[in-house]
Design a protein around this ligand. Structure first.
Ligand code: MN
Length: 288
């Protein structure tokens, strides 16, 4: 099935992320920052970690809680060990994805399992609808070979982490926010179309080479927010010299967003409750 589109979306903005330290001192490019949460609803955060310097990542992310959201970790290169208070443990290796629904609350740790070499990956935060924020925590690891993929006639290689693309059903589906999450590798001179409903918020991030969207350049390590052009039926990405991007899109929740660090709820009262529950040990413990 082709996803050929007739009217492509324009680019609204191209922006660089913010360099931040998180966890125990991990150097990150925060691509989707808090200021963009409303614009890119239902997505709350996108972090990109990319380094061959162990000092940038080796301290990892020791035990910390989450409530009210889902975290989606995609390891482009490297190995990260995950443990949580629900007794889950997994190793995220090159090409793997971990989808974690924090729901009512988990405490987990994410620690590098390598002392040298390249560590590169993304963590995306997807909001939960109000009615699901206190759901039972859940998680699943997908090894690289479990991520559905296909190659177009143009030689574009696509991994479908979530949603649908060209008739291929991704590893994960979510009913309310209908997230699409693709890793798209475009050889020089190729073009790629992805159908997207006009009301869904969408962005892409270039992490190899440079791509073009509706005549606008998206250089390496830059994010493009795609306009919600009313009559557009998708996005067209071209790569005159080759490039690789992640494309993320979803249906907005249009609900209030109240965030305090790793807790994302709808009201301040729910945030106070999360902090209190955490202090009272209701999120459980995780082995370091
Ligand atoms: Mn976390």
């Amino acid at each position: 099935m082709s996803d050929t589109i007739t009217k492509p979306r324009a680019v609204e903005r191209v922006l660089a992320g913010q360099s931040v330290m998180d966890g125990a001192g991990v150097k990150i490019n925060r691509v989707l920052t808090q200021a963009l949460q409303r614009r890119l609803d239902p997505f709350l955060m996108l972090d990109n970690l990319a380094s061959d310097q162990p000092n940038d990542y080796i301290a990892g992310f020791p035990a910390h809680p989450h409530r009210g959201l889902e975290t989606v970790s995609y390891m482009v290169a490297g190995r990260m060990r995950h443990r949580d208070s629900a007794g889950h443990e997994g190793l995220l290796a090159t090409g793997g994805v971990q989808w974690m629904t924090a729901g009512s609350g988990v405490q987990h740790s994410e620690m590098p399992e390598q002392e040298e070499g390249v560590m590169e990956g993304f963590q995306l935060w997807l909001n939960l609808p109000a009615r699901d924020k206190m759901c039972k925590p859940w998680y699943r690891d997908f090894a690289s070979e479990e991520i559905p993929r296909y190659t177009t006639d143009d030689g574009v290689s696509v991994q479908v982490i979530a949603g649908h693309s060209h008739g291929v059903t991704g590893a994960m589906q979510r009913a309310v926010t209908e997230p699409v999450y693709l890793d798209i590798d475009l050889p020089a001179g190729s073009s790629f179309d992805q159908h997207l409903p006009p009301g869904h918020n969408a962005f892409l991030y270039a992490f190899r080479g440079e791509v073009q969207v509706d005549g606008k350049s998206v250089p390496n390590q830059r994010m493009a927010i795609l306009a919600n052009t009313p009559d557009a039926d998708g996005v067209r990405i071209t790569a005159p010299a080759g490039g690789r991007v992640i494309l993320v899109a979803g249906k907005p929740l249009n609900e209030p967003i109240a965030q305090y660090g790793p807790f994302v709820m709808n009201t301040q009262a729910e945030i106070y409750q999360a902090v209190q529950d955490f202090r009272e040990g209701k999120f459980g413990q995780t082995a370091a």
